[in-house]
Ligand binder design. Structure first.
Ligand SMILES: Cc1ncc(C[n+]2csc(CCOP(=O)(O)OP(=O)(O)O)c2C)c(N)n1
Length: 278
């Protein structure tokens, strides 16, 4: 059951998450800023409104499961888990440091509240299929399994094997989200390996497809509400149109900021840009 939290409150959460993303990158020395900032609204809406999760009991059986298939964006995920109470906020200061529980990719054995170790792209959707089937076999037909993927990640063949299985097994509790920020590591998706029409592809694979603006909280909230209320026997795929680096002008739509390190001036500029967001 989604929590009663307004769009404007969720926007504030997303803004705070963006600030924590750039602060954590600053602690770490570098990070995947572009893809972390593009998906901040999605994570904020999932963890603060939609997903049934409990920081006091991270392994509770009836929780919703989340898989960060674009695992390089632990830079957004771990700060979100900290804000949601799963890990201490001050532990972010050691992100990606030697012997820290947090590397650039999340490790479910080390990060409290993390359901799946990821980083090798293309594995989250097949893992999500396994989790959703496992829940069904255990008699749980209410928990959602949410998988957040990148758009460049769609180039991995295993995504489509997972999609085929999700439809075959009628995994109606599975929600795939594609962070459609139009860029991957080395350029625009449509230049490197065209994925369009991505909505039609998921439709053809048997998904109920919802397209939204993933950086507009009101639109995203509508899309997630529809996904949560899915009463068909189809898995759901949300194509969330976003912008890489959203929130920091210098990073926005700039593939050079897929991964990078900020000097102190740039860090201050990034914080100021985010603080100026409405
Ligand atoms: C199997 C695999 N190949 C290569 C990489 C290296 N890699 C890390 S991020 C990235 C680009 C991913 O692009 P996208 O999925 O669009 O992510 P986003 O733009 O949202 O950060 C690549 C190729 C990886 N993590 N896994």
């Amino acid at each position: 059951m989604p929590k009663d939290i307004s769009v404007s409150e969720l926007k504030k959460v997303a803004k705070e998450l963006r600030l924590n993303i750039v602060k954590t990158a600053n602690f770490a020395g570098s990070g995947h800023l572009g893809g972390s900032l593009s998906c901040a609204d999605i994570l904020a809406a999932l963890y603060f409104k939609y997903m049934n999760v409990n920081p006091d009991d991270p392994a509770m059986f009836d929780r919703d499961r989340f898989i960060l298939s674009k695992g390089h964006c632990a830079l957004a995920y771990v700060p979100c888990l900290a804000m949601a109470g799963f890990v201490p906020m001050n532990s972010l200061e050691h992100f990606n440091h030697y012997e820290s529980p947090y590397g650039m990719h999340p490790d479910s054995k080390k990060v409290r509240g993390c359901d799946a170790s990821t980083g090798s792209l293309g594995h989250g959707l097949p893992m999500g299929v396994g989790m959703a089937l496992g829940l069904r076999y255990q008699g749980n037909d209410t928990s959602k399994v949410v998988v957040l993927m990148g758009d460049g990640e769609q180039d991995e063949g295993s995504v489509w094997e997972g999609a085929m299985a999700a439809h075959h097994y009628k995994l109606k509790n599975l929600i795939a989200i594609v962070d459609r920020n139009k860029m991957m590591i080395d350029g625009k998706t449509e230049d490197v390996m065209s994925i369009e029409p991505i909505d039609k592809k998921y439709e053809a694979f048997g998904f109920k497809v919802i397209v939204c603006n993933g950086n507009d909280m009101a639109d995203l909230d509508k899309a997630l509400a529809e996904a949560w209320a899915n009463d068909s026997d189809q898995p759901v795929c949300i194509i969330a149109n976003t912008e890489k680096g959203f929130g920091v002008k210098r990073f926005q739509g700039n593939v050079k900021w897929h991964y990078g390190a900020m000097n102190s001036d740039l860090f201050k500029e990034a914080v100021a840009d985010i603080e100026a967001m409405d």
